[in-house]
Write a protein of this length. Structure first.
Length: 93
């Protein structure tokens, strides 16, 4: 159920009210002073997945990651693969 917000016409306090779309209340009283409150439009809240968060990152972070990889040889994937050795030869037991 969505949360509708109302602003008091007397004191200006914002009150949240949980209601279904079909049962939006016609009148809401302010929780602070008891005055009449009018419905206001507020920003919606959305939840992003991890994949969409990564997609929205600023391209400058890619450069920062590349720079960090160049400065840290132990974190370089190619370095780790080369250090492992040739898999076809098996383990040197």
């Amino acid at each position: 159920m969505p949360i509708y917000e109302y602003r008091c016409e007397k004191c200006g306090a914002v009150t949240g009210h949980l209601a279904s779309i079909r049962a939006i209340p016609a009148t809401v009283l302010c929780e602070q002073c008891g005055g009449q409150a009018a419905r206001i439009v507020s920003r919606p809240s959305i939840q992003l997945s991890a994949k969409s968060k990564v997609g929205r990152l600023d391209p400058k972070y890619d450069k920062m990651v590349d720079r960090a990889m160049r400065n840290t040889t132990g974190a370089d994937p190619d370095h780790l693969i080369n250090r492992r050795g040739d898999i076809a030869k098996g383990r040197p037991d």
